[in-house]
Design a protein around this ligand. Sequence first.
Ligand code: THU
Length: 135
Amino acid sequence: MRTEEIARLVRHAMDARLHAYAPYSHFPVGAAALTLDGRIFTGCNVENASYPAGLCAERNAVGSAVAAGVTEFRAIAVCGSLSEYTTPCGLCRQFLAEFRVPLVICARSEEDYIIMTEEELLPRAFGGDAGKEKA
Ligand code: THU
């Protein structure tokens, strides 16, 4: 991906982060998923008084794309802490593996990020019957 494309995706993630609903953890996270056809879908974490019911930013971003009928992705950007790189939790790694999201950009700012590949994110991901060829 070009540097400008990454910066744009990260900007969307940072904007979505501003809408995070995180009254329990006080850890706002934003994500922006870039689809194969060039659209960007965003998500933020949405927590709940019943803690496990909370949703992560990545899953909300991918869920929005799927709701719009898009299931093919080029990348997803994630922005949580501005001082550390926020990497997806285990559950989100499995969720992203389902859609074969090839690149995860974990950003502290538009210019400062690390990029994880699908394989780095979740090596030998479980894919059920449909994902046997992945192993
Ligand atoms: N969280 C995300 O939304 N994405 C991540 O990549 C890491 C964690 C959320 C879950 C919870 O609302 C808060 O951050 C603290 O864990």
